[in-house]
Design a protein around this ligand. Structure first.
Ligand SMILES: *Cc1c(COP(=O)(O)O)cnc(C)c1O
Length: 367
């Protein structure tokens, strides 16, 4: 069986390093917000090229706390792509703000040319989601943000270390949000997240907010939350970070091979926007009309695939209250019906890659 993702493979490449670090942290006697967290924050900020990084408990926390600290709430609108992950939208709505959906383009990211038509006097921010590991067109997004004085939050949960025109994503907007959920590029061994920013004031606010709004113990400046990164995850993330560039390069090689060797005309392969690069968090193909059949065909050949995502947020039950209907965002709806993520993970063998390629090429092709 080839799994869609296989975290054990990546772990086994450097198992001894993780075990050593885990024991070191356990032996230290200090488990929340300590020197591992401080060191990871410094190293992650340096890796991304931002001035500050603040470790948090999850990617969703990074998102909703960002909008909270930017004072975006009831009555405000935030622009987000209509094919986003549901967490992106929850980051907006948890503060009472309204998501305004914009269709994706052929690169599966927000169509920056369609953003302007969705801006209203209530628009406060754009959430740029770098989906599947590929950068959005940050040049156009930042130009609109300047023109309309909007905040920009980047969701880099699936894009650890990729670039738009040579600059690392997460450093274009006001805040870059990261999830270190185990399946993400730099994945932890549990839940973890972080933000990066160049604003000293915002970084300080995040540090206070994540710890019940207190800068000094039992002196609470604001109503905050508990969103602390723990020492174990931070220590393990420091080990992961040492190998992240290698992991990204390895997934790139797998993606390049898929793109070279998959030749089935029923399958549209992912394209990279000129100026962007991808860390290939997912290798997402479009299979118009035949997606479910291909998924089933691969399953019968013991190849597991996933759909990111089968229901666009505007049609999700959770967002029925927004009042959208099927047909409101036809491109996002079409994508939800035709996307399929092929197996992609570090430590995937050449034979496994070959098996996937042969199976995809063998699907319904008349000979
Ligand atoms: C994973 C993910 C999140 C949420 O991160 P968690 O750590 O699971 O809370 C948000 N946005 C995107 C695009 C993601 O892929």
């Amino acid at each position: 069986m080839i799994m869609p993702n296989n975290l054990g493979r990546q772990y086994s490449l450097h198992a001894e390093e993780y075990k050593k670090k885990a024991c070191e942290v356990l032996d230290s006697g200090w488990y929340i917000l300590g020197k591992e967290v401080a060191a990871f924050e410094e190293e992650w900020a340096a890796y991304v090229g931002a001035k500050y990084c603040v470790g948090l408990a999850s990617g969703l926390d990074a998102l909703w706390i960002s909008f909270r600290l930017l004072n975006i709430g009831p009555g405000d609108e935030v622009i987000v792509c209509a094919n986003a992950y549901i967490a992106c939208v929850m980051g907006i709505t948890m503060n009472g703000a309204t998501p305004v959906f914009v269709e994706p383009d052929r690169y599966d990211n927000i169509d920056a040319d369609k953003i302007e038509a969705s801006i209203t006097p209530r628009t406060k921010a754009i959430l740029a989601v770098h989906l599947y590991g590929q950068a959005c067109d940050m040049t156009k997004i930042m130009a609109l943000a300047r023109q309309y004085r909007l905040k920009v939050v980047e969701d880099c949960a699936q894009s650890h270390g990729n670039h738009w025109q040579g600059q690392t994503v997460g450093t274009f907007g006001d805040i870059g949000c990261f999830s270190f959920y185990p399946s993400k590029g730099c994945g932890a061994f549990g839940d973890a997240g972080a933000i990066v920013t160049d604003s000293e004031e915002l970084a300080k606010q995040f540090r206070i907010f994540r710890n019940y709004g207190s800068e000094k113990r039992y002196h609470n400046k604001m109503v905050g939350s508990n969103s602390r990164l723990d020492e174990l995850q931070a220590g393990l993330l420091r080990v992961k970070l040492r190998h992240l560039e290698d992991f990204n390069r390895e997934r790139c090689r797998i993606a390049e091979r898929y793109s070279r060797e998959i030749t089935n005309p029923l399958v549209r392969k992912p394209e990279i926007r000129p100026g962007a690069d991808s860390t290939w968090h997912q290798y997402v193909v479009h299979v118009p009309g035949r997606r479910d059949a291909l998924m089933q065909y691969l399953q019968e050949r013991e190849i597991g695939t996933l759909i990111h995502y089968p229901i666009p947020p505007h049609l999700s039950e959770a967002y029925a209250y927004l009042g959208h209907r099927a047909g409101d965002f036809p491109i996002a709806e079409q994508y939800a019906a035709e996307v399929l993520s092929l197996p992609m993970y570090n430590g995937m063998t050449e034979e496994e890659q070959q098996t996937v390629i042969d199976a995809v090429n063998g699907f319904e092709v008349l000979r």
